[in-house]
Design a protein around this ligand. Sequence first.
Ligand code: UDP
Ligand code: MG
Length: 296
Amino acid sequence: MKEKLISLVVPMYCENEVAKECYKRLKEVMKKHEIPYEMVFINDGSTDETLSILEVIAAQDKKVKVISFARNFGHQIAVTAGIKRAQGDAVIVIDADLQDPPELIPEMIKLWEEGYHVVYGKRKKRQGETWFKLTTAKYFYRFLNSITEVDIPLDTGDFRLMDRKVVDIFNNMPEKNRFIRGMVSWIGFKQTAIEYERQERFAGETKYPLKQMLKLAADGILSFSFKPVKWIEGTGIVIFLLGMLLLFFSGIYGLLVVIGGIQLFAIGIIGEYVVRIYDEARARPIYTVEKEINFK
Ligand code: UDP
Ligand code: MG
C-alpha cells in the first residue's frame, strides 16, 4: 500500500515569535511517528518578519510550502487557501501559536485510520485566556447550537483533521463569509472529537481582537441560521397586536420610541443578510496571493 500523505495547514499572521518553534515542534512529531507529511504555511499579510522566516525554512526543507497573501485576509480565509493547496490524503489544520498541541496529531491520524472522516479537537480546558474570552466563547457556542440546524459541536475551533473526501467537498464551497467549523459540520460524514487542554500561546499576543471575534460570531450565526429573521417577524406581529390594543388608550408616546428601536434593529439584521448576499454575488476571489514557494 502506498504511504498516506498528511498535510499540515498552518495560518500565520505576524507570528515571528513562534514561526520557527512551530515548524520545529510539528516536524519533531511527524519524524518521531514516521508520518509522511507536507506543511503548508500561509502568511496572511504579516507586517513583521514572518515571511522571511518562512522563506528560510522553505529553502532548507522542500516539504514546507508557503502561500503568501498580498494583504491580511483573516484567519478563516488563510485556512481556506491552505486547505485548497494541500495535497494530502488527510489535512490537519492547526494554529501557529502551539495552543493546539501538535502531539495530538498521531492520535487524530489513528482515528482517521480507524475510519473517521473528520477528527476535531474539543477544548476541555483553556489555559491562559482572559475571563472575557472564555465566557463569551462558551455562551456563544451554546447559543449558536441552539439556533442552527446543523449540529456544530461545542467548544471546538479549527484544529481538526479532514479526510480527502471532506476536503474535496470543502474546496467546492465558494462562500466568502466563512465559518469553517460550521461548514465542516455541514458536510457531514463520520466525525468524532478528541478532547484536549488548550495551551497558552507559545509567544506573542492574540491576533483575534474583539472586532474579529464579532465578525466570526456574526458569520457563524448568519450563515448557519435564518432564525434572526424569524425573530423579527415574531416581534413584528406581537408589536402590531400590542399597538392595536393601545389604540384604545393612546397617549403612550414612549411606545413609539421602543417601536422605532425595534424597527432599526430589525432592518439592521436584514441588512446583515443583504450585505452578505451582495458580497457573495460580487464573485470576487476571496484572497490574493503574492508569492508561492515549493509548490510544483
Ligand atoms: N491568524 C491569521 N490571520 C489573522 C489572524 C490570525 O492567519 O488575521 C492566525 C494566527 O497567526 C494563528 C491563528 O490564526 O496561527 C489563530 O490566531 P490567534 O492565536 O491569534 O487567535 P486566538 O488563539 O487568540 O483565538
Ligand atoms: Mg491562539
